[in-house]
Design a protein around this ligand. Structure first.
Ligand code: AMP
Ligand code: GLY
Length: 423
């Protein structure tokens, strides 16, 4: 079969590697892809938001299955556009992708269906938000309702900071229309864990857990980024936490969406905070995490294409989802200066050292093929994943493996997965 993947990051590279392993697949396309994906797939010069062009391509090339990796096209209705033309596509429709596309929607859903989450209020009016904040307890969390590249969340320690936050989100529209509505949320403390799941509308099967490191600097300092590294599984995701979430979070979310007439098919990513009062949902995403996919998919034993097809067909209950009994760590190699400003265009050396290196992966994010070779082309350049029998070994392997690739201005965190030593 022919498979089209939509997206261009490390996550889509990890999806492409998993798809390429499927005996069912003859040819992979990716729009727009990157230099690493191009080694497995034919990359198309079509952006993820050009739905008409993507649909035309899928029809003309008789694509059997399209997998959407990114949030923007999902929230924008790419699945509806493909389905309208009778094309097979994996991901939630627009009315279900709202689970990620609107934080106000997801908070209201959790409240209505008693899914544990932080207390909150939604505001469409900056004046009312400011009035509310006058008597609020600090720290407090402000969230732009819509998609904001993971940057629309502000943790405010004082009323002054919160006032500035309202100004930037709702009045200055720093995150554009994403700030038309703002969620004001109770501040929670605890460990964060990500759990990704496959959903077919009614059945949900969770994958192995993972944890992201969002801050740019060692020791969780510096600015928030798209993610500087991940490890899987999380030792903090215990059987007890799993049992709680099975009972109160996972199926409850799928059932709630169905009850609202918003049947969810695709990936639900649960961002959880393990608080003293028990696990609570921080956020939902409607797609694989990046760089969570880079540690979760390499550990999956199943054929990804088979699982994806079961989700589309509503037969996920017949799939026995299995993960390897090991661990994986992904260290992101970024450009010095990320996430603020950085130079691009430096030649990357050593990529070929990962060819056929069992248990090791170099996932491309911001890379570009030029006449001089593959060069850096973004803030997050590569994600190097290594497996090991446990997290400690996977971590040591990943930090050994990053030495294999070299480029000017290479920057990475030294403590990805370090928290696991405390577990
Ligand atoms: P979100 O995009 O909603 O996951 O928020 C991004 C990050 O902000 C999370 O991964 C947390 O680290 C932090 N965060 C979000 N909501 C809260 C909250 N209610 N309390 C504490 N931290 C939060
Ligand atoms: N790593 C967090 C995300 O993909 O949203």
């Amino acid at each position: 079969m022919k498979v089209l993947i939509i997206g261009s990051g490390g996550r889509e590279h990890a999806i492409a590697v998993a798809v390429a392993k499927s005996p069912k697949v003859d040819k992979i396309y990716c729009a727009p892809g990157n230099a690493g994906i191009a080694q497995l797939a034919e990359c198309l010069d079509i952006s993820a938001m050009e739905f008409d062009k993507l649909v035309d391509f899928a029809k003309a090339e008789k694509i059997d299955l399209t997998i959407v990796g990114m949030d923007d096209p999902l929230v924008g209705g790419i699945v509806d556009a493909f389905e309208a033309e009778g094309l097979r596509v994996f991901g939630p429709r627009k009315n279900a992708a709202i689970l990620e596309g609107s934080k106000a929607f997801s908070k209201d859903l959790m409240k209505k269906y008693n899914i544990p989450t932080a207390g909150y209020e939604n505001f469409e009016d900056a004046g009312k938000a400011l009035e509310y904040l006058e008597t609020a307890k600090f720290p407090i969390v402000l969230k732009a309702d819509g998609l904001a590249l993971g940057k629309g969340v502000l943790i405010c320690n004082t009323l002054e900071e919160a006032k500035e936050g309202v100004q930037s989100i709702m009045m200055d529209k720093k995150f554009g229309t994403a700030g038309n509505t703002m969620v004001v949320e109770e501040f929670m403390t605890g460990r964060e864990v990500s759990v990704l799941s496959f959903v077919d509308g009614k059945t949900i099967k969770t994958m192995t857990s993972a944890q992201d490191h969002k801050r740019a600097g060692d020791g969780d300092t510096g600015l928030n980024t798209g993610g500087m590294g991940t490890f899987s599984p999380s030792p903090f995701y215990t059987e007890e936490v799993d049992a709680f979430c099975e009972k109160y979070v996972y199926q409850a979310t799928v059932d709630a969406m169905a009850a609202e007439g918003r049947e969810f098919k695709g990936i639900i990513f649960f961002g959880l905070m393990l608080t003293e009062e028990g696990p609570k949902v921080l956020e939902y995403n409607a797609r694989f995490g990046d760089p969570e996919a880079q540690v979760v998919l390499p550990r999956m034993k199943n054929d990804l294409v088979e699982v994806v097809e079961a989700c589309i067909d509503g037969t996920l209950d017949q799939i026995d989802l299995q993960f390897e009994d090991n661990a994986a760590v992904c260290v992101v190699l970024a450009s010095q200066g990320y996430p603020v400003s950085y130079e691009k265009g430096f030649v990357i050396n050593g990529l070929e050292k990962f060819d056929d290196k069992e248990g090791y992966y170099v996932f491309h994010a911001g890379t570009k093929q030029t006449s001089e070779g593959i060069v850096t082309n973004g803030g997050r350049v590569l994600g190097v994943t290594a497996k090991g029998k446990d997290l400690k070994e996977a971590r040591a392997n990943a930090y050994e493996a990053i030495k294999l690739v070299e480029f000017d201005n290479k920057y990475y965190r030294n403590d990805i997965g370090k928290a696991i030593d405390e577990a």
